[in-house]
Design a protein around this ligand. Structure first.
Ligand SMILES: Nc1ncnc2c1ncn2[C@@H]1O[C@H](COP(=O)(O)OP(=O)(O)OP(=O)(O)O)[C@@H](O)[C@H]1O
Length: 598
């Protein structure tokens, strides 16, 4: 085992970067690195927004423009300090990002990218036509940045500010991704099978998390614009147009859009390659022209084809042969337990479903269904295919709105509320199609379930003020994994597990929210015999611990052995309710199943 640890490698790399301008290197390289640092700041925002959150933006250059023009105007026209320029740039960016985000982030698919293109174009033409901002010539004569008597006038000096900002941003984004809000952000990417259903069921507002990512990405771009303006000592619209918006996205994709290291790799590769290509391509092809754009297009296609995760993950896989292995973060099992909710006494009313109905157009999928669950009950919901079980489940858990009827959980009416609020009221669930974050560890996936029992937000996460609470959340996750017999796999990636253990991880995640009622949607579907046995064992143990369960399941054998009571549905209607023995003996149930099989 290597004696060198990864943090030591990172510390040495950071020191080398910050000491670079003190070495006798030509100014050319300082300039190059300044640009790379500035670009990295913007691309880091894209890593968070696009790579992690799956929200594509072509408009980051425009936010850089806001940062640059705010300071440009305040320092040249109004004669104010560049630091006020920074504050104003960040404030304007914050407001703009909140407004644009609020308008566009609820849209799905291609609307957000289109909106960001429009916004980028609009800002470009706006500043290019405003007399007060110098039209297309821009603003000249910005002052150098100063701190007390120290002036960041030369490129070598501003290098320190640029790289300090870029490295601090990288640290903040890394910390954020490994935190309570970060886990939710990583679960959002629909391109990787994520979405809003699972995070909402864990009690998190997906819109809010998307907005936070959008704002952070915009603020990072604005800081880059501010630094750029004071490095150039002038601003004009061209670096903030759509061409740069696309180029930032290109850097992110080339470097590795889901990784912090990819932001730096992408920025460096594009900047260095662009300069070289600008020199060599005209020599090769003769004449002048933007040939590098063609080369970039070809390279992008090749990267997407052969290294779709980008070059940084590829390089780090190769480098990991020589670098020390990443140590699994230990779990402090002595951390104090998270606060627990007050659970109802056994036998107390828990869930009351009263004449709930769901119509999809003319089809009544759930037709006036009623049943009750008392604390400590294990209730099964069965019926032939298309009987309306999943729809009932989704109505109770708030994924679908009711057409009519009432749902009461622990004495509170919850019909008409979304799944987030129902989760808060004490209900947790698993999904028929497993919804784990495959590139997160099993432990982190389970820690996602502690969302409602913890409080730390984005700023606390970025400043690492959430250490104590994170230790509690991780200890709770390990406790739940031990409860379902998967503690050994805590540090594996969830995507590497087979379906059976994945379903168990979903149960552990639901348990981590300390629910009063657990809803399991076809937990045995697709499992092999041995996996089913392991699952049944876990559920029997939960039953012995007094947990209340509602279970939708196809496997009759599985349901009969486990439940206290069974509700049978057919064609959306309530067919019968009784003990497993009563249901098994019922001619009506047999006829319904035989009819379904016929
Ligand atoms: N979003 C929807 N829009 C229109 N019809 C729907 C929708 N969801 C379900 N249905 C219909 O409602 C009926 C009940 O479906 P549901 O999925 O609840 O049944 P199920 O008992 O869970 O079936 P399975 O066991 O096959 O999962 C079916 O006829 C289905 O086609």
């Amino acid at each position: 085992m290597s004696v060198i640890k990864r943090p030591a490698v990172a510390a040495v790399a950071t020191a080398l970067i910050l000491l670079f301008p003190f070495a006798p290197v030509p100014d050319f390289w300082i300039t190059q690195l300044n640009y790379i640092g500035l670009f990295s700041l913007v691309v880091l925002g894209l890593v968070l927004l696009t790579g992690v959150g799956g929200l594509t933006s072509f408009g980051q250059a425009a936010f850089a423009g806001v940062g640059a023009y705010a300071t440009g105007y305040l320092t040249t026209v109004m004669g104010l300090s560049p630091w006020l320029g920074l504050a104003a740039g960040l404030a304007i960016t914050l407001v703009l990002a909140l407004v644009i985000g609020a308008l566009t982030l609820r849209m799905s698919g291609h609307y957000l990218p289109l909106a960001t293109i429009c916004w980028c174009l609009a800002l470009y033409y706006l500043v290019g036509n405003l007399e007060s901002l110098g039209k297309y010539d821009g603003l000249l004569g910005l002052p150098a940045l100063t701190l007390g008597d120290f002036s960041f006038q030369s490129e070598r000096r501003i290098y320190l500010l640029i790289w300090l900002a870029a490295l601090l941003a990288a640290l903040a984004v890394t910390r954020l991704l490994d935190s309570r809000p970060g886990r939710i952000m990583r679960a959002l990417n629909t391109n990787r099978g994520g979405g809003s259903t699972m995070p909402e069921a864990m009690g998190a507002s997906t819109f809010r998390h998307k907005l936070v990512m959008f704002v952070i990405a915009a603020l990072l771009a604005a800081v880059s614009g501010w630094l750029y303006a004071h490095m150039q000592r002038s601003v004009n619209p061209s670096p903030f147009g759509i061409k740069f918006g696309i180029e930032y996205l290109f850097m992110a994709v080339l470097g590795g859009i889901g990784t912090v290291g990819g932001a730096f790799a992408g920025a460096a590769l594009v900047k260095l390659a662009e300069d070289q290509l600008k020199v060599w391509l005209p020599v090769l092809f003769g004449g002048s022209g933007n040939y590098e754009i063609i080369v970039f297009g070809v390279v992008l296609v090749l990267v997407l084809r052969f290294a779709p995760d980008g070059l940084w993950p590829l390089a780090s896989r190769i480098l990991s042969r020589w670098l020390p292995a990443r140590a699994a973060r230990s779990v402090d099992e002595a951390a104090p337990p998270l606060a627990s909710r007050e659970h109802p006494q056994p036998g107390a009313p828990l869930l009351a479903v009263r004449t709930i109905r769901k119509a999809f157009g003319g089809l009544i999928a759930v037709n006036d269904i009623s049943f009750e669950i008392r604390a400590g009950d294990i209730v099964g919901l069965i019926g032939p295919n298309g009987a309306g079980k999943s729809t009932t489940f989704n109505l109770v858990s708030g994924v679908l709105p009711l057409t009519s009827g009432e749902v009461e959980l622990l004495g509170q009416r919850v019909d008409g509320r979304g799944s987030r609020e129902i989760a808060r009221a004490g209900l947790s669930r698993t999904f028929q199609h497993v919804k784990l974050v495959p590139e997160m560890t099993v432990l982190d996936n389970v820690a996602l379930g502690t969302y409602l029992r913890t409080r730390s937000g984005t700023v606390r996460a970025m400043l690492r003020l959430d250490k104590a609470e994170e230790a509690q959340a991780r200890a709770e996750a390990l406790r739940q994994l031990r409860r379902i017999g998967l503690a050994e796999q805590a540090h594996e990636l969830a995507g590497n597990l087979a379906l059976g253990p994945q379903r168990l991880v979903e149960i552990a995640r639901a348990l981590a929210s300390d629910p009063s009622l657990l809803l399991l949607d076809e937990p045995a579907a697709g499992l092999r015999h041995k996996e089913k046995q392991a699952l049944a064992e876990v559920l029997r143990q939960l039953k012995a611990e007094g947990l209340s369960l509602l279970l939708v399941e196809h496997d009759m054998d599985f349901v009969m052995k486990l439940t206290d009571r069974i509700v049978v549905m057919e064609f959306g209607r309530h067919l019968m309710e009784g003990t497993p023995a009563e249901v098994q003996a019922s001619p009506a149930v047999r006829a319904a199943y035989l009819g379904a099989e016929a």
